[in-house]
Design a protein around this ligand. Structure first.
Ligand code: ADP
Ligand code: ZN
Ligand code: ZN
Length: 732
């Protein structure tokens, strides 16, 4: 009889799996893929994941070791999921052991036993009114807890509860014992779904019908709907039907800051247990959510990027909200696109996948145009709100005050005077991007990067946004001693200062990463604005996402030009998406909005198609340019990045890689470089890159399959850090 070989994934930077013999004393019939085992590894021991049982191995019998211990009775992951993870590792040319193991929560990766499910929220059930009144005298502590829970809408997270009532658990337990309250798993109480569904508009209905017509098979849909057209409502209607069939739903969102809002909305609408997965959770919380999903106790998983790897039984629908968002791309370590993997996952689960956006990525639009995705369009805002009017403001020869042109200031004044709100958008935080000396021309260079340190006046510091290096704001020029130090250019901090001086009678809220961390939660800042009344919002792209301000009627985009002219061919697409997203914050039925775009290039063709027509016209124009230049999505790219402490090492290494790639590619893949990275020095390291591009994806994949495992054997490999990025979205 053949020897039974266990093929395991181990967390190691190696392109392959590891073979072991079964652990002594374990009945081989108990072994199944997806279980964890402890195995000897070098001088120590590691936890690995069983991927395959086989009869063959390339390891000589003398070197084959036995696993030490079987950790799980039941597999943690099923074979479909293992296959999916292995596919992802192969596609992105990342060591499979790392990809497979990182799909497990941290504790489980280390061989610990799974946590027991723990309730994470409490909710109110029937509370008899007269008895509740009597509680005030008899049990004031319970009455206090009860009142607080009622004030919170009847459902609270236990974490919040512990913070509010550090020693209140016995009072809560007493309420549960009475049957007035109960504890629950996941994010919400299934029994409490309460928001009734909207009657769908015809376009929404058509979208729902298109998707639900094929719930048993793979199908990709692009839900291309203007902001406020009710895409989320469409997700809910489809999800309801999927859940009713006993299947589960995976909903991916780009940002953590959006999740609390959406969690509440999902919980209020769908009668299911929701597991939330994002990087802001503690390891324990994450594992709890993961286990809820894996065991099917949660029927809906709502999460950011990495949630695409959550194991879910009977997956019946994958939704990717804001599919164009760059945060779906992991930019370090295992560089994957959660958006792209969502499609693969749905195909393997034989279920529909819906990509939603008001500004679809050019990749997805092309797939829709080519018929690979069904293109579902929602052209009207729900509830009859009008789309805002967009207008270009030519600021050539204008005297700008703090970056603002006179017509823009005038528009702000009128808007505020009418008791409405205005938003001023600038995608640059800090006070100014550079501090300069008028005496000698000194600039606030970062000592570790080819970049300037940004002036943060509030903190009294110069800070590099690329490496985090900082120093105290100098009072005199570090080079010549002159006091003539002046900021160049604008950031949100400076806008805030200038606008609050100009409009002192109106409240102004600045929203960017600095402000959000300084004043506590973003939610609190936003709540202040949402109360209504005249007011000004100043901020970065944090403003552009997810939030709707009903009283907002004017948006000023301070600088569109930085997006139109950049080394990165995707920057125009990003700027257009940002403009549309920002514009989407403005206007409602009775109050149409206006968007002003300040530019020095009013004739720019991409800008004109966006303003005079719409995002779709812009996208078609941009796709034409990409096609002529043979850029993605008309070609496939991979980027090999390298960095080293000394100047030429990275380039030497990439030169060796380029030669090898040239031999392997035989002219079918373009090998471009090595070239210095757009930012040549960053955090003290010199960086270079090699771009590989092919007209056909399989040719690129074929080359990478041979090239990537050989990279670490190149002569200079030991002297550099390098990475491989398949389908890079950022050339920096
Ligand atoms: P999107 O996700 O496309 O930005 P939402 O789903 O958030 O849009 O919907 C925007 C607003 O319109 C929400 O307040 C939502 O409750 C409302 N809404 C959505 N669909 C309808 C409908 N069919 N009738 C009335 N209101 C709707
Ligand atoms: Zn000087
Ligand atoms: Zn720096």
């Amino acid at each position: 009889m053949n020897t039974l070989i266990l093929r395991l994934a181990l967390p190691a930077p190696v392109f392959g799996l590891f073979d072991y013999l079964p652990p002594p004393g374990v009945d081989p019939a108990l072994l199944r893929p997806g279980q964890r085992l402890m195995v000897p590894f070098g001088p120590s021991e590691r936890c690995g994941l069983l991927v395959k049982l086989t009869g063959e191995t390339g390891v000589p019998a003398s070197r084959l070791k036995a696993a030490r211990q079987l950790l799980d009775e039941q597999p943690l992951l099923d074979e479909t999921h293992l296959d999916f993870l292995a596919w992802a590792a192969a596609y992105y040319h990342h060591p499979p052991g790392e990809v497979l193991m990182s799909a497990l929560p941290v504790r489980l990766r280390k061989g610990k036993s799974p946590l027991k499910p723990r309730p994470s929220h409490a909710f109110l059930r029937q509370v008899p009114e007269d008895e509740a009144r009597a509680l005030k005298k008899r049990a004031p502590r319970q009455a206090e807890v009860l009142a607080w829970m009622q004030g919170q809408g009847g459902c609270i997270r236990l974490e919040d509860f512990r913070r509010r009532f550090p020693s209140g658990r016995s009072a809560l337990n007493a309420l549960c014992a009475k049957g007035w309250a109960a504890l629950g798993l996941g994010e919400s109480a299934p029994a409490r779904a309460q928001t009734p569904p909207h009657d769908l508009e015809p376009e929404q209905q058509a979208a729902v019908t298109a998707v639900t017509a094929g719930l048993d098979e793979y199908g990709a849909f692009l839900l291309d709907g203007v902001t406020g057209s009710g895409k989320t409502e469409v997700y809910f209607h489809i999800a309801e039907q999927v859940l009713a069939r006993g299947c589960s739903v995976l909903l991916l969102v780009p940002e953590i800051s959006l999740t609390p809002q959406l969690v509440r909305r999902v919980a209020a609408r769908l009668a299911v247990t929701v597991a939330v997965m994002h990087s802001g959770l503690s390891a324990g919380e994450r594992e709890q959510a993961w286990q809820l999903a894996r065991t099917g106790r949660a029927q809906l998983v709502l999460g950011t990027r990495s949630a695409v790897f959550t194991p879910m039984p009977r997956l019946g629908l994958v939704l990717v909200d804001e599919e164009h968002d760059a945060s779906y791309k992991q930019q370090e370590g295992f560089r994957y696109s959660a958006r792209d993997l969502a499609l693969v996952r749905a195909r393997r689960a034989a279920c529909p996948v819906v990509l939603g956006s008001a500004t679809p990525s050019l990749e997805s639009l092309k797939n829709a145009m080519d018929g690979r995705y069904r293109w579902l369009r929602l052209t009207r805002r729900a509830g009859g709100a009008k789309a805002p009017a967009m207008q270009v403001l030519d600021v050539r020869n204008q005297r700008l005050a703090g970056g603002m042109s006179p017509p823009a200031l005038q528009a702000l004044e009128q808007t505020l005077g009418r008791g409405e709100q205005a938003m001023v958008f600038l995608n640059r935080r800090g006070y100014a991007p550079v501090l300069s000396c008028y005496g000698c021309g000194w600039l606030s260079d970062c000592p570790r990067c080819d970049a300037r340190q940004t002036l943060h006046r509030g903190q009294g510091k110069l800070i590099c946004h690329h490496c985090g290096s900082e120093r105290l704001l100098p009072k005199i020029c570090p080079s010549c001693g002159s006091v003539e130090l002046h900021p160049l250019g604008q950031g949100t901090e400076q806008l805030e200062e200038g606008l609050s001086r100009r409009f002192p009678d109106y409240p102004l809220v600045r929203i960017d990463r600095d402000a959000a961390s300084r004043k506590g939660s973003l939610d609190r800042l936003l709540a202040r604005v949402k109360q209504g009344g005249a007011g000004l919002l100043v901020g970065t792209q944090m403003l552009a996402k997810g939030h709707h301000f009903p009283n907002l009627t004017l948006v000023v985009v301070v600088d569109v030009d930085s997006g139109l002219f950049s080394a990165d061919f995707r920057s125009a697409e990003r700027m257009a998406q940002l403009i549309i997203q920002v514009a989407g914050r403005a206007g409602r039925a009775e109050l149409p909005g206006q968007v002003l775009l300040q530019t020095r290039f009013p004739q720019h063709p991409l800008l004109r198609s966006l303003v005079e027509q719409d995002y779709n016209a812009f996208a078609r124009q941009a796709l034409k340019e990409r096609e002529m230049a043979a850029l993605p999505p008309y070609s496939s790219q991979a980027l090999i990045r390298a960095s080293a402490r000394r100047p030429d090492t990275a380039e030497d290494f990439l030169q060796q890689a380029a030669e090898l790639a040239g031999q392997l590619a035989q002219g079918r893949v373009l090998v471009w470089g090595p070239v210095p990275a757009p930012m040549q020095k960053r955090a003290g390291r010199h960086r270079a890159q090699l771009l590989l591009q092919a007209g056909r994806r399989p040719e690129l994949q074929h080359l990478l399959g041979a090239l990537v495992p050989a990279l670490s054997s190149l002569p200079d490999a030991g002297r550099v850090r390098f990475s491989v990025d398949v389908d890079p979205v950022d050339l920096y």
